[in-house]
Design a protein around this ligand. Structure first.
Ligand code: ADP
Ligand code: MG
Length: 320
């Protein structure tokens, strides 16, 4: 089965002003490759600042990629011309962390949900109201709520509006960027259940971004772990949870309280902060915080090696 989304060597950099009037580049995403098969979910996890959002925005063509390709459903998405791009945009929708700031406070919920249909023109105008009503039902909102404004909804309900809006163009790929991170645990579970049901019913493909491996364990077929703009481990969900290889993945996992209570994972704390992204180290980017560091780690960047089928790791000590 070919992948719906195939991202190769994606790089995204931002110009940053430094002292003395000098400027340089911050490589927020540095040569990152991944794919997501139709109907599956790839989770991208990592601490704040690791480049997850930038990678997502790059895939959706909401920031400019300085290198690499994004193949979506057989089309080279990053080089589409305006008319083809408008049509292809209907296939990708993004759900953001904070539905309150991403929903226009002056519009009624029905107008918010309808807006992508109007701007992309996916449905005849006369059919749009009925489609909005159908979307409200699909995400578990009541018909009379269509007339309300965003502040009249709870956080979880607002995220349902965001989901209905994302569904309005019949997308194939939905990028969820920390979509449940701002919600309390009980509401998180409801929204995750809704996303899973919609995936099953509509055959959706998800790129699911979260800093929290605990959230991702219920929501992923494969997982990519990012650190400072690079993927350091990439595996199917069971391999990643049962047999993590990269010291950074192990540390992230040990911070998830609900993972395998019997195993009594020793809590590995990651000391210190990541290095300055404007001056990344020459070798492994995790070396300065890694409990298992050796001299060789600082000499060169470890390649992302396939150590088993479906399991890649960028660590010289993990590849054997
Ligand atoms: N528009 C921007 N201009 C400059 N630097 C940015 C910009 N957006 C993100 N960054 C930097 O890129 C890196 C990755 O950020 P981001 O993708 O938001 O990470 P994450 O979503 O994993 O928290 C960070 O060092 C961040 O400061
Ligand atoms: Mg982010």
């Amino acid at each position: 089965m070919t992948a719906l989304l195939d991202v190769k060597n994606l790089s995204i950099r931002f110009p940053v002003k430094r002292s003395w009037g000098r400027s340089s580049w911050l490589y927020a995403v540095d040569d990152v490759s991944f794919e997501v098969k139709r109907g599956e979910t790839l989770a991208i996890v990592g601490e704040s600042g690791s480049g997850k959002t930038t990678a997502a925005l790059g895939v959706a063509r909401l920031v400019h990629a300085s290198g690499g390709t994004v193949n979506l459903d057989g089309q080279d998405f990053l080089s589409l011309e305006p008319e083809d791009l408008r049509q292809a945009r209907a296939k990708v929708q993004v759900i953001f962390q904070d539905p309150y700031s991403s929903l226009n406070p002056r519009l009624r919920a029905e107008a918010i949900v309808r807006e992508p249909m109007d701007s992309i023109g996916t449905l005849p105008v006369s059919e749009r109201p009925a489609r909005v009503a159908e979307l409200f039902e699909q995400v578990g909102l009541r018909p009379e709520q269509m007339k309300l404004f965003p502040h009249q909804f709870s956080g979880g309900q607002r995220q349902r509006i965001g989901i209905a809006r994302a569904l309005s163009t019949n997308p194939e790929l939905i990028i969820c960027d920390e979509a449940v991170s701002a919600l309390d645990v009980a509401v998180q579970a409801q929204i995750l259940n809704l996303l899973r049901r919609l995936q099953r019913d509509l055959g959706l493909t998800y790129l699911f971004i979260s800093h929290d491996l605990g959230v991702v364990q219920h929501m992923s077929d494969h997982i990519a772990v990012m650190y400072m703009g690079k993927i350091v481990e990439y595996a199917d969900r069971l391999s990643l949870f049962n047999n993590p290889k990269h010291p950074y993945t192990k540390a992230l996992l040990s911070a998830v309280p609900s993972v395998d209570q019997k195993r009594k994972v020793e809590r590995l704390l990651i000391p210190g902060d990541p290095p300055n992204p404007l001056d990344p180290p020459k070798g492994c980017r995790f070396a300065s915080r890694c409990p298992f560091v050796e001299n060789a780690c600082r000499a060169a960047q470890p390649p992302l090696d396939e150590i088993a089928p479906q399991h890649k790791v960028a660590c010289i000590k993990a590849s054997h």
